[in-house]
Each structure stands twice: as C-alpha cells, then as structure tokens.
Design a protein around this ligand. Structure first.
Ligand code: SF4
Length: 355
C-alpha cells in the first residue's frame, strides 16, 4: 500500500508542474474513499460540483488515416469495415452544429482523420471554425499534427480548443503508434499553446498498459508548462480488426482512480469522460462525477463509436442534480425537449459504422 498522501498539501490550492511518478502513484493508490474525498474536495475549490460541461463531437472526415494508432478503427492500416468519407461541406457541418446547440451542447468538436491537415483542407476547416463560432458555440478541432503556422491560422479563425492526445506514457507509446513519435505530439501541443489556443489533451487507458504507464501519462500531462485546459480520459473501446480488438476490458474502479488522480494533480482542468462511456453503467459514471469529471461528450455518436444517448445523459444529470454548464435551460426542460426532439434528430450525427 502506498504512503498516505498529506491532504493539507493537496488542499493548498497550489498548481504544480513538477509531479514525480512516486507522488502520482501514491495518490492513485490511496484507499478509494480517501482518494474520492480528496478529489471531490479539490474539485469544489475550483468548480461548481453540480455542473458538467457538454461537448458534441462530429467526425468531419472519417477513415483512411495514414497513422497506425493500434486502437483506432479509422486507421487505414486495419480492416475494421469502416467506410472512408471525404471532408464534409461547411454548410453541412454548420447545420449539425446548430442542432447540437439546440440539444444543449456548449462546445462543438470537429474531428478529421489526418496525419496533419493539407493546406486546402485547412482552409475549409478555418471556415467551419468561423461559422460554428458565430452560432455562439465554443469550437474545438482535432486534425492531427500542426506546425506553428497552422496553429496560428486556427487561432486567427477564433478556434477555442485544439485536441491532440498523448494517448499513454512515453514508455508504452511505441506499442501503440509507430508512425509518429511522442515528441511529435508534444511539439504540436507546444505550437497550439504558443498560438494561444486552449489545449485539450489526455489519453486512453485499458490498452494493455501497466499501471505505471497510467502514472506516466498523468505525469506528462500535469508537468506541461501549463496544464491542458481540458483532459479527456478515455476507456479503450476495443474494435474488432484493430490490434487492440481483443484486449481485456478495464476494471471500472481503475478508471475512476484515473479520473480522481487527474483531478487532484490538475485541479483547474476540465476532466472529460470520453470514449468508453457507453460501456459504463450509471453508477460508474456517477463515481466519475464524484471523482471530479466535469465534462462529457454528448450526442448520439462519438466519432465512430457509440455514445450513450443524450437523453440518458440528461436523465442521469437530473437524478444527480447536475446542470449542463452554460446551458440556459434547466435539465428538466432539456429532458422534455430531448424526448420530443431526439426521434427527429436521428440523422444528426454521422454514423460511420452504418456507412
Ligand atoms: S487516432 Fe487519429 S491519428 Fe490515429 S489512426 Fe485514428 S484518426 Fe488517425
């Protein structure tokens, strides 16, 4: 059993960028109740504990990615039955953003399966960012690697967040991706930070990594010059046809420990429940909220994997007394509205698995 963590230090409100692996290990391995208490205490110092930020994610260009991320059905290296799609038209994306807003999302994230954007494609994405932002939504894109000029163009277009995950520890990384290096990822994040765009960066657990690798991932994120403003913690969605298609499912308590640890070492970051949520029962999701998760992807599809229906999310929010951050409607109004609107919105999000 790890040494007990001194809660006075945790509660000091200090933001640190010098976490040692040993400290992170000690936090992660606290008795579960102590860990959740510490995480919830810190969460309350920086956030309304009864609010969760809601983002909707749309795949604007799906499949045929040249990268070989071992978990990803969009990689052109694996045969997962996923059809590839061209970059969507700006008008189509803006329509879906408008629908996402009406369904209660406050941030619209657009994901493209690229190694890095080509100039002509980036020009289209810049237009998407401008138009989605003009709807009053926060914007986020994930387009692969960026150089400093591309990051600046996105900043000039008004982009709020750029998502680029580290995925795992530097040590385990080579088991997961060989077509780009950890350093490449850190460089992109530096370019994004330098351009003044908020960073969204996290990782995936349940990919066969050791617990040590989870500490390593958290350490990399927490020791960046500035903590990522948004930290998505994903649970692997094992997709048949990918190298990780048969990996044993992660224990949900380990996942909650990861959320709580991220909350404690990055007190001001939004900790996001991302992929894998559809495999979690409402009790596990509730524990994640208690552990300090305060952001979710919300909508019918999360890129190419299933996402719990928005209506179920709103029902759980209502049971827990959670309100979507920034939403003018109460959750009761949203549940009612969703019950009426969802059947009409079945085509709202691109379902790549049905293409
Ligand atoms: S995770 Fe992103 S970069 Fe990796 S294969 Fe999938 S789409 Fe490509």
């Amino acid at each position: 059993m790890s040494k007990p963590v001194n809660l006075d230090i945790l509660n000091s409100g200090q933001i640190r960028n010098d976490w040692s692996l040993g400290e992170i290990e000690a936090i992660y391995n606290q008795p579960f109740n102590d860990l959740l208490f510490a995480a919830q205490t810190i969460h309350r110092q920086h956030f309304n504990p009864n609010q969760v930020q809601t983002s909707t994610l749309l795949s604007i260009k799906t499949g045929a990615c040249p990268e070989d991320c071992a978990y990803c059905p969009q990689s052109g290296h694996y045969n997962t039955g996923l059809s590839k799609e061209q970059l969507m038209a700006v008008e189509e994306v803006v329509t879906k953003a408008q629908q996402a807003k009406e369904t209660g999302a406050t941030r619209f994230c657009m994901g493209a399966a690229w190694r890095s954007p080509r100039e002509k494609d980036l020009a289209v994405v810049l237009e998407m960012v401008k138009q989605v932002k003009s709807l009053g939504l926060e914007t986020c894109v994930t387009l692969g690697m960026l150089d400093d000029d591309q990051a600046q163009q996105l900043a000039d277009a008004g982009l709020d967040y750029y998502n680029h995950n580290l995925d795992t520890s530097p040590e385990y990384y080579q088991q997961i991706i060989t077509t780009r290096t950890y350093e490449n990822r850190l460089d992109t994040l530096q370019n994004v930070r330098d351009a003044g765009i908020n960073v969204c960066s996290g990782g995936i657990i349940g990919m066969g990594e050791q617990t040590q690798d989870r500490y390593g991932l958290i350490q990399q994120l927490a020791n960046m010059p500035e903590h990522p403003q948004s930290v998505p913690i994903n649970m692997l969605v094992a997709v048949e046809g990918t190298p990780l298609g048969e990996v044993e499912k992660l224990d949900s308590i380990d996942f909650v420990r990861m959320i709580a640890t991220a909350r404690i070492v990055m007190p001001k970051s939004y900790i996001r429940l991302s992929a894998g949520r559809e495999d979690m029962n409402k009790e596990t999701q509730t524990l994640c909220y208690t552990a300090g998760a305060n952001s979710i992807f919300y909508g019918e599809k999360l890129l190419t994997t299933a996402n719990p229906e928005a209506e179920a999310d709103m029902k759980l929010f209502k049971q827990l007394g959670i309100k979507p951050e920034g939403s003018e409607a109460t959750q009761e109004e949203l549940v009612q509205e969703l019950a009426q609107e969802l059947p009409k919105k079945k085509e709202m999000f691109y379902d790549a698995t049905q293409a």
